[in-house]
Design a protein around this ligand. Structure first.
Ligand code: PLP
Length: 398
């Protein structure tokens, strides 16, 4: 009965979601305190108090017909103006409401962008490891996702590998920094190199190649790391932002696209994105949440909470002899499997009630992702189990 395409999607249905369900079952058996579920990037830090205050204020004091009504498919103009001004103050840009489309989370925004851009067979480059849902977002519009390996040590994009993968059919390159699943923040130099290379390729092929900068983790960075504003480095950049992680609002489905006036065919792109938002069935991003985020522009999640988890996890895993990439941002730790088949390692961890995700879900076997957006207790109490698994590989003594 169901379509051929959906058969494929169902068969490859997200491993991460499956593990999340598994975690719930294990919690029923062992008790929630004895299950260490690092599978899903579901923030456990509550939304800042200002979010609740904004909701109460809006539903109490604003016109309900306006608050809960339809609006332009791109979202409320006053909300988009406030966000544009906020971005301008931060990045020295001159965006107006016209450059912003409010979206149903980063996922909704990427579907709007690819609907706007792709003809069947068009290519979209992604650097692996990458957020596995990109496969569906591109294939939804009959595009082809082209995977390019990152540097095996730094996990930053390798411009030479990118050069080899770009073809006259390349419509877009996805960048995701801070990165899910590696936690790497791409350096300014790396962005500059990618920008130079794509400029050259656009000239060589006489085409437009967009960077789509997928930025749900923009504000979650540790220490001195900085996240460059990519439109300031490469003209044909569209940014997708989401409040799912920065304000801990993943269930509320709210974010925005920035389509700068400098991109090729800007007017067409902006009108098409507006229509795409409508005809994909989103119609517009949730109205109440648009008004809420406009009141919370200077709020952000408690990064120190994640920083504490990050430090505890790194200390424990290092002592146990594991190899991993030190997270620079987001709330993921990229952990090397002690054996080639990372799924076997994941299964061993599961025996200790530790749930982590195999790297093959992100297009990079041999590694695993540990999502540390969990309680401090979960991190602390998981470490003996991680150590026992490490000892079973001879990485440390028990
Ligand atoms: N892009 C990346 C890299 C993500 O990690 C996620 C969610 O985890 C998304 C997009 C989707 O985010 P949203 O919940 O805003 O749709």
């Amino acid at each position: 009965m169901i379509s051929e395409k959906m058969k494929g999607y169902v068969a490859n249905s997200s491993v991460i979601r499956a593990m999340f369900e598994e975690g719930k079952k294990m919690a029923a058996i062992y008790g929630a305190d004895h299950v260490y579920d690092f599978s899903l990037g579901n923030p456990n830090v509550p939304a800042p108090g200002a979010v609740k205050d904004a909701i109460i204020d809006i539903v109490t004091n604003e016109d309900p017909v306006l608050v809960h009504g339809y609006m332009s498919n791109s979202g409320f103009e006053d909300v988009r103006t406030k966000i544009a001004e906020h971005l301008n103050a931060q990045y020295g840009t001159s965006y107006t409401f016209n450059n912003l489309v409010m979206i149903v989370g980063a996922a909704g925004g990427m579907n709007v962008f690819f609907k706007t851009l792709l003809n069947p067979g068009d290519e979209v480059v992604t650097f692996s490891p990458y957020f596995g849902e990109y496969r569906a977002y591109v294939s939804n519009f009959d595009g082809k996702l082209v995977e390019v390996q990152t540097d095996p040590v730094t996990f930053e994009p390798d411009p030479k590998a990118l050069a080899a993968a770009v073809t006259p059919k390349t419509k877009a390159v996805i960048l995701n920094s801070p990165n899910n699943p590696t936690g790497v923040v791409y350096s300014e130099e790396c962005i500059r190199e990618i920008a130079r290379l794509l400029e050259d390729k656009q000239k060589e092929y006489g085409t437009t190649i967009f960077i789509f900068s997928d930025e749900p983790y923009r504000e979650i960075v540790y220490g001195e790391y900085k996240v460059p504003w990519i439109p300031n480095y490469y003209r044909n950049t569209v940014v997708g932002y989401s409040y799912s992680k920065s304000l801990s609002l993943p269930g509320e489905r709210i974010g925005y696209l920035v389509l700068p006036s400098e991109i090729d065919d800007a007017e067409d792109m902006i009108s098409a994105a507006n229509v795409a938002n409508r005809i994909l069935g989103f119609v517009n991003a949730p109205s109440l949440q648009q008004r809420v985020v406009a009141k919370c522009l200077n709020e952000k999640t408690d990064v120190d909470f994640y920083a504490k988890n990050r430090q505890m996890l790194m200390d424990g895993l290092r002592e146990a002899g594991y190899t991993f990439v030190e997270p620079q941002g987001a709330f993921y730790l990229w952990l090397k499997s002690p054996e080639e088949d990372e799924k076997a390692f994941v299964a061993k961890c599961k025996e200790k009630q530790i749930l982590i995700v195999p790297g093959s879900s992100f297009g990079c076997a041999g590694w695993t992702r540990v999502a540390y957006c969990v309680s401090h207790e979960t991190v602390r109490n998981s470490l003996p189990g991680f150590r026992e698994v490490a000892a079973s590989y001879g990485l440390c003594e028990m």
